[in-house]
Design a protein around this ligand. Structure first.
Ligand SMILES: NC(=O)c1ccc[n+]([C@@H]2O[C@H](COP(=O)([O-])OP(=O)(O)OC[C@H]3O[C@@H](n4cnc5c(N)ncnc54)[C@H](OP(=O)(O)O)[C@@H]3O)[C@@H](O)[C@H]2O)c1
Length: 303
């Protein structure tokens, strides 16, 4: 019998890639959507939201595993992140426990959860991990903490890489900062592998493209220059200017329907000097290793 996986966030950047990969592997996917219902793209869409316990119960029908990928990545304040990321995650886990059929729960957290003190978002991701673990009972939980994710369908990092390939790198914050990235294809492969691995140890896994020490701003500029065979100019946006832009962005967002990504709270995350991480735990647990380094993705236009 085909494995049935219940997925949240399937209409999003990361969840969408996971959904397509699961379908490609013959897994039966039930995905929560706030706008869609019925079969589409080989996925059974269950209409509902993280706020609606009834739709979450329907989502779990017959599922043996859950990938919880829905989350707020933009917001105007701590409360809005908490409502979606913490309360929503707790509700998904409660539905899993009540289903009686789901044995495994993959929670898509973020490397940001390593530093809850930095932002509304990072606090909510750390608190969501705790909420999920508290409500889990006997359900086997895997927590993924991916670093910055990029790839087809992404809108946040895409401008950075597009400009890099045009010869301009916009550097935010400290010049000596070290960042890491993971391609969405690799992250989706890790998720599908964890959910189907014969033994998945309950644990928290950091996930990146495996470049030791990550990437410095200078390293990024060098990669761009190598591929372009031409110089990359670096523009440094000072923290003060970044915070001023963030303040204006937050104020203007009240005039728009979409919540803002760049806020003064987010700036603290962006300028953090160390976003490197190691795949040791996930590789040891399920044998996953990333296949796509940033240089190759930039070279092949996979962003
Ligand atoms: N992108 C990154 O670099 C990155 C890095 C680390 C971790 N993560 C984590 O990965 C997850 C997915 O991120 P993403 O980049 O794919 O974000 P995204 O493209 O904005 O997708 C978010 C998804 O969550 C759904 N969602 C949000 N609020 C919901 C609610 N109240 N009820 C039901 N569904 C809701 C959205 O549904 P709608 O389509 O209906 O809005 C969408 O499917 C998030 O938990 C994020 O924290 C992302």
């Amino acid at each position: 019998m085909a494995l049935v996986v219940a997925l949240t966030g399937g209409s999003g950047f990361i969840g969408g890639q996971i959904a397509r990969m699961l379908v490609g592997q013959g897994v039966s996917v039930r995905a929560l959507s706030r706008t869609q219902s019925g079969m589409d793209g080989g996925i059974l869409w269950v209409r509902g939201s993280l706020e609606d316990a009834r739709s979450l119960a329907e989502l779990m029908v017959g599922a043996q595993a859950v990938i919880h990928c829905a989350g707020a990545v933009r917001g105007r304040g701590a409360e809005s992140f908490h409502t979606v990321n913490v309360d929503g995650s707790r509700r998904v886990m409660e539905a899993v426990v009540q289903s009686g059929t789901c044995e495994r729960f993959l929670h898509m957290s973020s490397l940001a959860a390593r530093h809850p003190e930095l932002s509304w978002y990072s606090r909510s991701k750390a608190d969501a991990e705790e909420a999920v673990l508290c409500a889990a009972g006997t359900v086997s939980v895997g927590i993924f903490r991916p670093t910055a994710v990029y790839g087809p369908g992404d809108r946040e990092l895409q401008p950075l890489f597009t400009w890099l390939m045009r010869g301009l790198l916009v550097r935010l914050g400290a010049g000596e900062a070290h960042l890491s990235f993971v391609h969405v294809f690799d992250l989706a492969a890790a998720a599908t592998q964890w959910i189907t691995a014969p033994v998945a140890k309950p644990a928290t896994y950091e996930i990146s493209d495996g470049t030791p020490g990550g990437y410095s701003w200078k390293g990024l500029a060098n990669i761009g220059a190598d591929i372009r065979q031409a110089r990359v100019w670096q523009i440094r946006v000072s923290i003060r200017l970044l915070k001023a832009i963030a303040q204006v962005n937050l104020a203007l967002s009240y005039l728009l329907p979409r919540a803002p990504m760049l806020t003064t709270s987010k700036v603290n995350e962006l300028i953090h000097p160390d976003w490197t991480c190691s795949n040791t735990a996930i590789s040891a647990a399920i044998g996953w290793v990333p296949q796509i380094k940033l240089r190759r993705a930039l070279q092949d236009g996979l962003f």
